[in-house]
Design a binder for this molecule. Sequence first.
Ligand code: ADP
Length: 335
Amino acid sequence: MTTKPPAAPHHDDQAIDVLLRPATWAEYVGQEKVKQQLHVMLTAATQRQEVCDHLLFYGQAGLGKTTLAHLVARELKANLKVTSGPALEKIGDVAAVLTNLERGDILFIDEAHRLNRMIEEVLYPALEARKLNLVVGKGPGARTVALDLPPFTLIAATTRANLLSGPLRSRFGASFKLDYYEPADIGAIVERSANILNMNMTPEAVTAIARAARCTPRVANRLVKRVRDYAQVHGQKTVDVSVVQKTLDMFEIDALGLEPYDRRLLTTIIEKFNGGPVGISTLAAALNDDKGNIGDVHEPFLIITGLLARTPSGRVATELSYRHLGLDVPLNKLI
Ligand code: ADP
């Protein structure tokens, strides 16, 4: 093995993530509609010198919700205070966060679908009337004290908007759905990241990485980093298609970006359930996994690529899925 100093020796993997995160709207590739709508809201709020309404960002992991929240904060020149649904477990947790807010602050709650009902109920009046209602004392002597909160903006991010309670959802001034990215946009992200990391990458290599990136910026950046590792360790000054291919092979990622687990999910449906339909609970049991994990993390990408179909009677492996796995397509799939 050749040892060559890395291009940016002072940056570890996490520091690289910070380096790759877009710091301006221009660097935030794609999602044009979302950017346009946000631009109008933010400009209007700034012109009126008011705080922006509460915002909800939803979509699959890694599509850019957190990045968007940072950009909003930067545009409004506001402090961004970051927390998450699971971190706000007790009323004291959310009370501490809310009472620490200053005028114009942005509170970012990631994984908002994991907020428990008790916390959601504290949030309703905080969002609507800027009041924090706390119960002081116990039993018959208990009373509610209402504290005033400064004007602030909540940005909630979630992969599962449907799991937010109706009352919470209705308190956002606008909801923005982040979609999977177009291949050209993912290509632009790969190219940008490769440039930031001083990598020499052929256009074909950019395309090959983009194709395996599951239409997701976070995956694209992860692949760029792994390809960079491979090129460095093997003394390759230029990243070409063969370097990308060898990296993907090493991590058992196929040309569509499927990982071993994705292929196992599809082969399980095909081999154990005759191609489906199979109910999600039965499938989860066969895979020894949690059905929420299958439904939230793995299925959405398999569905948009057309490998898996969700039908009223269960999950079905499509004709494309057989072909992709190199299996004979049964006659009933060809009709
Ligand atoms: P989420 O919060 O939706 O899980 P993040 O905002 O953390 O996703 O995005 C994951 C990574 O992908 C970020 O660190 C950033 O580098 C990159 N990224 C996300 N969206 C974009 C985009 N539109 N343009 C360029 N890079 C992006």
